[in-house]
Design a protein around this ligand. Structure first.
Ligand code: IVH
Length: 684
């Protein structure tokens, strides 16, 4: 291929991958694969400098901010770090540093973890956190101040008067992610592939309430603007910690390349014990005067390099590829593997996601495969060793019929997933009923996997509404039959074996009690596509009750849903399709007839420093008006569009209209500026 063509190809590919990584938080290749493509491009441009345009990925920091969110433009762009996997290149870096400094000035280095999360910039003014933004494309990031304020690791006030701009990384601890993922799986939502995706995805959520529920942490590692806290990077990290800011506290000062290598090896050994993911070590020249003397290229500082660790990988064999049918009917191929130790756990299965992915890997039963965690919680098959393939191994084909009910499977236009369209498929019914009864949904005690399996396979329960028609006789009869067909085996839970009547009464009481759950739990339990717990709560708040929801026609539904913050076309279409489906409507009607769910309580207003205070916000502020409203409400205050009798404050930005000011005087509302409001929010 001509160099020019290959160049174009690489540039396009890297742009695509940058977009997936930085904007979508959904990379499709490993960091290593990305670094290889990048390295190829860099070499190509070194050999053919005429190909290198200012817009090449080598010439700028990657990513583009999403639209629809307030953007923050930085005076000092966020740069990347040059990176390497080899000790030889690390030594070449040390030589470049030495030759860039006056002879005899032996540089000190600071070696520290390369945190694998989402980068963040924080601005403190007058000791207060006034702005937080994501990386974006380096120059322009997204304003996520409201989200960052929910991080308990982050002090909202620090003891410095001057403006201070800091950079750091938002991370999620592995053990926290395990909990989040367990809950997501239970709720039928896709788990996060790794802590990095979870952290950077959480940072950019539109609903700060949701962010507050995520156990995000943050480590600050750089001062980019503000007073010089200390003459070296290491001493600055210590000063930052003294100011109450979270730092990783894992830095080591080194005086020679040998010490640097030892420190990076030490970090690599420490890696599995750290609660958060790191993907390497960052080696920085410690003295700021030396950093300044070395300067930067257009992309990287010359005073730092990332020494990346190899991803954790293991080799194993594919014993089988089975196809699972989920709650939505989606067919998921899963590789059953010869159990293998990988990054601290034994792995025996790996989801292959969909038929396209199996096809792209050309994975076959009997194949030897590489699985990787690279910090990934969920192991991924990253490569197939085609050379080790046993003779006669056949390519995987998606079954034409559902492996559970034999209904021909379908693929919706534009979707990769194949689905079993049979709503009565035992796999689908079982998974739906189980989801409905789960703790995060209707929370029906005693209705677990074993009982749901029995209820559905005996035909007593064909959908969730049938739960509410169960009778004592029906349950006892089911148990008797199960006992006859399999004496002494599984059957109903053991502890209840002696008193079947008591057991059945308890089950019925738990089911009856669930009728009193608020509408949001019912909506969560119905498993409407794309509607998780938060979207269900919002929908429930908008509708009020199941009866009211049933009166919505399509036009009404679209109008009401369109008014919910965070509801875009995907969610709206999904709810509209659900309400418009005759089957689902009948199900809702049967649930309503049986008295299932109580009206959604109106959300209790938040309590805080502004409880009992009402505000009207006007003029041009440094934050978006909606964000200011959200901050006031989160602090317990009320927001009105007009100044009226009883309004406590008129929060006035720049260019305030005369009418508003007159109204404020007339009604005795105090006129305050944004800074005063921020102080009030902090209880000041
Ligand atoms: S210092 C000029 N220190 O890695 C960049 N960055 O690949 C100076 N990162 O954007 C950054 N851990 O998000 C620095 N200890 C650390 C880091 C670190 C992770 C991230 C950061 C940066 C990216 C560059």
């Amino acid at each position: 291929m001509a160099p020019q063509q290959r160049h174009q190809q690489l540039v396009e590919q890297l742009r695509q991958h940058d977009y997936r990584y930085y904007v979508l938080d959904d990379p499709v290749i490993t960091d290593r694969q990305y670094d290889q493509l990048y390295e190829e491009l860099r070499r190509l441009e070194a050999a053919h400098p005429e190909l290198c345009q200012p817009d090449s990925p080598t010439q700028r920091v990657a990513g583009a901010p999403r639209s629809g969110v307030r953007q923050v433009v930085r005076a000092v762009p966020m740069m990347s770090l040059d990176n390497t996997y080899s000790e030889a290149e690390l030594s070449a870096f040390a030589q470049r540093v030495a030759s860039g400094l006056p002879p005899g000035s032996a540089p000190e280095y600071c070696v520290e973890p390369k945190l694998d999360g989402g980068s963040i910039e924080l601005v403190y003014e007058g000791g207060r956190l006034v702005e937080a933004s994501t990386r974006g494309d380096g120059v322009t990031g997204e304003d996520v101040t409201v989200n960052l304020r929910t991080l308990r690791a982050l002090p909202l006030r620090i003891d410095t008067a001057q403006r201070l701009t800091l950079r750091g990384e938002v991370v999620i601890y592995r053990r926290d992610l395990e909990r989040i993922n367990a809950a997501r799986l239970e709720a039928g939502e896709a788990p996060f592939a790794n802590p990095r995706n979870a952290a950077s995805g959480s940072l950019r959520l539109l609903d700060a309430r949701l962010v507050a529920e995520r156990p995000l942490r943050l480590f600050v590692y750089q001062v980019v603007e503000g007073p010089t806290l200390a003459p070296t990077h290491a001493a600055t990290l210590e000063r930052l910690a003294q100011l109450g800011l979270p730092t990783h506290r894992r830095h080591v000062v080194c005086r020679s390349l040998a010490e640097v290598l030892e420190a990076t090896a030490q970090l690599a050994r420490l890696r599995p014990e750290l609660p958060y993911d790191i993907d390497g070590a960052v080696v920085k020249v410690n003295g700021y005067a030396q950093q300044a003397a070395l300067g930067s290229t257009s992309k990287y500082p010359r005073w730092a390099i990332a020494f990346k660790f190899e991803a954790e990988r293991a080799t194993t064999r594919v014993l089988d590829v089975v196809v699972q049918v989920g709650r939505t009917g989606a067919l998921t191929p899963v590789a059953e593997l010869e159990p293998v130790q990988l990054a601290g756990t034994v792995v025996s299965r790996a989801s292959l996601h969909n038929a396209d992915i199996v096809g792209a890997l050309d994975l076959r039963v009997g194949d030897t495969v590489q699985i990787e965690k690279a910090g990934e919680i969920i192991p991924q098959v990253v490569a197939v060793e085609a050379g080790l393939r046993p003779p006669g191994a056949a390519p995987f084909v998606m079954p034409e019929r559902c492996p559970v009910c034999a209904t021909p499977v379908v693929q919706a236009p534009g979707q990769v997933a194949w689905r079993c369209p049979n709503r009565a498929c035992p796999a689908v019914v079982q998974a739906s009923v189980l989801h409905f009864a789960r703790r995060y949904a209707m929370d029906i005690d005693g209705v677990g996997e074993a009982l749901v399996e029995q209820l559905t396979s005996s035909g007593l329960v064909g959908d969730v509404a049938d739960l509410y028609a169960l009778t004592l006789e029906g349950l006892l009869e089911m148990r008797r039959r199960l006992k006859q067909s399999a004496p002494g085996s599984k059957g109903a839970p053991r502890k209840s074996a002696k008193e079947p009547t008591k057991w059945a009464e308890n089950v019925l009481a738990a089911i009856a009690a669930s009728k009193g759950q608020p509408l949001e739990r019912l909506l969560t339990g119905l498993g409407i596509e794309h509607i998780g717990q938060v979207a269900a709560r919002q929908l429930a708040e908008a509708a009020g009750s199941l009866e009211a929801l049933l009166t919505w026609d399509e036009a009404q539904a679209r109008a009401r849903l369109g008014a919910i913050a965070g509801y875009g076309p995907t969610l709206i279409d999904s709810v509209v399709a659900f309400l418009g489906s005759p089957d689902e409507r009948r199900l809702l009607e049967r649930l309503a007839e049986r008295g299932v769910s109580r009206a959604q309580p109106t959300p209790a207003p938040a309590r805080g420093p502004l409880t009992g205070v009402s505000c009207c916000v006007t003029g041009v502020l440094s934050r978006r008006r909606e964000d200011v409203h959200a901050l006031i409400q989160a602090a317990g205050g009320q927001v009105h569009d007009q100044v009226k009798k009883g309004t406590t404050y008129l929060v006035a930005g720049e260019k305030v209209g005369q009418t508003k000011l007159e109204q404020a005087r007339k009604h005795g509302a105090a006129i305050i500026d944004e800074a005063r409001l921020m102080a009030l929010l902090e209880g000041g």
